[in-house]
Design a protein around this ligand. Structure first.
Ligand code: GDP
Length: 444
């Protein structure tokens, strides 16, 4: 997600930070580059323009340019503007009303609506202990109702029994009374999709919404369709009172244009992001964290949350205090690797750890899996305690010894060292920015 944007912005900021003093010209040059980076990430043109204007105006303020760390200040301004663009606060689901709270999902065919219905239902049922029922109103696509029933079985969420031939509005009525009678907290309605936005679809949605009086009408859009996703969202929000957007396939979206312009163009918050095909691959959308991720600061908060189960308390505290000092040796890397293994590989975590994106690029194919993690661990095991604490000791001779000891090659050892170095640099940068605490403050 956001990989190329993140790289481009990283380069711009590196140059800004590298200079002691900044003048207006420097800022304007940097902001031109930011604008190009945003456009290349497929951000809508007016959104990119507004963004850059706003940031430029703030950044050439006297106080910023006269400050001791103008480069850092500019990055902070960009960060805050990104958060603004993404929607400021994490948008919560409105399910506090009299049960059953109805959550209606709408969107085009293939956007991931049915999968997302099941993902959300599972999240509400498992993580929040809600009693959830799902019903499919999709009578257009053959087997759509059956698809939801199968997902219901997989997620252990109740689905409304299928009555052949029944029309959407009637299904909605039946679902509502069943959910009321049986004391469900939440009723999820998966509506029919179409290939394009059309009036029949909109009319059907409105009729269902009139009957069901939903607490949430969430539009599901495929982030891979970029600006089209934003246009679809605009058309829908003109016709139905959307309460939010769910962007799917964020796992495959390297550019991020839809996520970045969605809020500004539609005025609707992104509430969740779909990040994979599995039924737990859904995350609340946290603008602050995403902004941090884009700026290469790493999504430390999400990381810490995910790691909470995998990390022993002392480990976490030790790590936090070392991070705060900007220290990061081979022992730290090893501890990180072990955690990654426990957390299910690097894939999910890349981008969350400061510097990890670059480190990953330094790895052979970019695809880091369990085997590679184990190999890296074997290399660190083959080092002496001194070497682990001071990796710069590793000369050619020592590298050969380590490669032999771990059944790897000197090339592998070099890659490990490179990765460590990237992460160490990131940690140092983190420290310069006021340490983990400072950064967490920035991420909110
Ligand atoms: P619908 O027609 O809108 O109901 O779409 P489906 O829910 O049937 O999803 C279409 C395809 O997209 C399925 O193969 C899903 O597994 C896949 N899909 C849905 N959400 C995501 C996501 O967040 N990431 C990825 N990689 N695939 C997804």
């Amino acid at each position: 997600m956001f990989d190329s944007l993140s790289d481009r912005l990283g380069g711009v900021f590196e140059r800004l930070r590298g200079r002691g003093a900044l003048n207006e010209g420097d800022v304007r040059t940097a902001m031109r580059e930011v604008r190009i980076a945003l456009l290349e990430a497929d951000v809508a043109l007016p959104v990119a323009r507004d963004f850059v204007d706003k940031v430029t105006e703030q950044a050439i303020g006297q106080q910023v340019l006269r400050s001791v760390t103008p480069g850092q200040q500019v990055v902070k301004i960009v960060h805050d503007a990104l958060v603004d663009m993404l929607g400021s606060d994490t948008a919560e689901l409105e399910i506090g009303v009299t049960p059953p709270a109805v959550i209606m999902l709408v969107g085009l065919q293939g956007s991931g609506k049915t999968t997302t219905t099941a993902k959300l239902a599972k999240l509400l049922a498992k993580a929040q202990g809600k009693k959830v029922m799902m019903a499919s109103l999709d009578v257009n696509r053959p087997a759509a109702q059956e698809q939801l029933a199968v997902l219901g079985t997989q997620t252990e969420v109740t689905t409304l029994p299928i009555v052949a031939g029944q029309q959407p509005v009637d299904i909605a009525k039946r679902a509502l009374s069943a959910a009321k009678l049986q004391g469900f907290d939440v009723l999820m309605l998966d509506t029919a999709g179409r290939l394009h936005v059309d009036q029949a679809l909109m009319d059907e949605m409105k009729a269902v919404a009139d009957i069901a009086n939903p607490a949430e009408i969430l539009l599901v859009v495929d982030s891979l369709t970029g600006q089209d996703a934003v246009n679809v969202a605009s058309s829908f929000s003109e016709q139905v009172p959307l309460t939010g957007v769910i962007l799917t396939r964020m796992d495959g979206d390297a550019r991020g244009g839809a996520a970045l312009s969605m809020r500004a163009v539609t005025g609707k918050p992104i509430k969740f992001a779909g990040v994979g095909e599995k039924l737990d691959a859904i995350e609340p959308f946290h603008p602050k964290r995403v902004a941090g991720r884009i700026l290469g600061m790493g999504d430390v908060v999400s990381l810490v949350e995910r790691a909470a189960e995998a990390i022993q308390q002392e480990d976490a505290e030790r790590m936090a205090s070392r991070l705060a000092k900007g220290q990061f040796d081979m022992n730290d890397l090893r501890a990180q690797l072990a955690q990654m293994r426990r957390m299910g590989g690097l894939g999910a975590l890349a981008g969350m750890i400061p510097g990890m994106k670059k480190a990953q690029a330094a790895m052979a194919s970019g695809a880091v899996d369990e085997k590679i993690l184990l190999r890296m661990d074997a290399m660190i095991t083959s080092m002496t305690p001194k070497e682990r604490a001071k990796p710069e000791l590793l000369n050619a001779k020592r590298k050969i010894r380590i490669a032999k000891g771990s059944g790897t090659t000197v090339q592998d050892v070099n890659k490990l060292l490179k990765m460590h170095q990237e992460m160490q640099t990131a940690m140092k940068r983190l420290k310069k920015m006021g340490g983990l605490k400072g950064m967490l403050g920035m991420l909110g």
